[in-house]
Design a protein around this ligand. Structure first.
Ligand code: HH2
Length: 285
């Protein structure tokens, strides 16, 4: 399977890509305030690229539970110096984590190649912006909005519902002019889901690969890991690596993480096991 992101073509048949998180925010749940200064964000992004990130995901708006939207002008003020410096330096593909078409448009003009939209086209202008640029587009599942999404989320069958919702959003994006080979899907771990929902989604990830589009998983440092291990956010590295490995084994093709060096190793091993299973099945079959 290939994922087209403007002039970049990612071959995902064998490899799972690692997407490093760069939060240019004062309030992100795990690293808020550390990279708000542009030079700190640029330095951090370059470090993640050296550690092996295929993609750098730059965001200027926290979407943690209870957070409020950040106006486009403020997102641009935070992001653009970072985008411009990283584009000039070349290297890892740049993704913009925004649900604002205005922010996406400016970032794409400056050289970003992916739009990571946690509202899956909540902004009606987004499809034209991403589709017009031929950008990679991540469509993520979220129940409600960050301000209220953790107020008693309920599903009859979380995996089936997320899968059906994503199928409908992929179709909506296609109808709105986004080429199918540019689209990736994401179950939205932690977005309007309990710990149990997140664990079930991860355990049944193969069902989402049946949508025929690359699956993105962002479990890094999230609260369900803290819930299972009874650990605070700064002690969730090993749990995050376990989740990344399981997701990769079950078919995730892009893993979003704050800890790139460690995640690259976990993902490479999980890929090797996935390939071994495929080879064994082929020989047996
Ligand atoms: N999770 C977060 C933000 N963006 N995008 C995708 N596609 N998938 C995710 O799971 C995802 C995402 C939340 O993590 P983080 O950016 O570290 O936190 P915050 O939203 O507080 O900035």
């Amino acid at each position: 399977m290939r994922w087209r992101c403007r002039d970049r073509f990612f071959d995902l048949a064998e490899r799972t890509l690692v997407m490093g998180v760069v939060n240019v925010t004062p309030d992100s749940f795990s690293d808020g305030g550390r990279f708000l200064d542009p030079s700190a964000a640029i330095e951090h992004a370059r470090r993640l690229a050296r550690e092996g990130a295929d993609i750098l995901d730059l965001g200027a708006e926290s979407t943690r539970p209870g957070s409020q939207p950040v106006p486009a002008a403020e997102q641009l003020r935070r992001l653009m110096p970072v985008v411009e410096a990283l584009v000039a330096g070349g290297g890892a593909a740049l993704s913009i984590d925004t649900s604002s078409a205005t922010v996406a448009e400016h970032a794409l003009t400056a050289g970003a190649v992916i739009v990571n939209d946690v509202t899956a086209l909540g902004d009606p202008a987004m499809a034209a912006v991403a589709g017009g640029a031929g950008a990679g587009l991540v469509l993520m599942h979220m129940r409600g909005m960050p301000a209220t999404m953790q107020e008693e989320p309920a599903y009859a069958d979380v995996t089936a519902e997320v899968r059906a919702w994503l199928a409908e959003r992929v179709e909506g994006a296609r109808r709105a002019g986004v080429a199918e080979d540019c689209i990736a899907v994401d179950p939205g771990i932690g977005f309007g889901k309990t710990a149990r929902h997140n664990l079930e989604l991860l355990s049944r990830l193969e069902e989402l690969t049946l949508l025929g589009r690359p699956v993105v998983v962002g479990a890094s440092r999230k609260s369900f890991i803290g819930r299972v291990l009874d650990l605070p956010v700064e002690s969730r590295l090993e749990g995050s690596l376990a989740a990344a490995a399981v997701a990769t084994f079950l078919g995730a093709r892009i893993v979003r993480t704050h800890d790139v060096a460690e995640t690259v190793r976990a993902v490479r091993l999980a890929e090797a096991i996935r390939s071994a299973r495929r080879a064994a099945n082929a020989e047996g079959g």
